[in-house]
Design a protein. Sequence first.
Length: 212
Amino acid sequence: MTNIFTRIKDSITADIHQILDEKEQKNPITALNHYLRQSELQKEKVKGLLERQYKLRDEFMREYHRAEEKANKRLRQANIAKEANEMVLYDYAINEYEEYHVRAERMKEAYENAVEQIDQLERKYKEMTHKLKDMHLKRMELMGRENVIRANEQMKRVLEEDMNKPFSKFNEIEQFIEGLEEKVSQAYYKSTFDQKIAQLERKMKEKREETN
């Protein structure tokens, strides 16, 4: 059952990735935005590690001071025991001193390493921050260029295609009006035909009467 769900999950994930890849291919700015978001997440992770390193550095320093204080205390106690010829106490104190001294040296070295590592991380973090800032600015430049290209394409489409539609509509209306005028003229001519013939007939009759 688990394998079935795993296969279904993998299949769905693959389909989603394919859709995203196709979408990114159609719109490179979308791909760039996705990459920038991922880079920002990585930067935040580095920032978290850097803050953790600060805490470790401070903790190393605290442990170094504790161990150094303990070592100094045991060394002073060892000298007192030796002066009192209490060798058992002296041996215990000197052994404690050596352990604390070794611990202090180790914490001091760890602190110095942490400081050096922080310097490296800070440089890399600043470099990453500057690069991301440059990438954001570059994205703005690309988006501006993309907007200009899209605007030009839109205007070109309007001028070359959409603007032809009104002219085409004007032509259709003009042809319709011309056809309508012709029909009206024909109807008018037809409606006045009988009247015109009657006028001609009267004129011809008047001429014949004058001649007679």
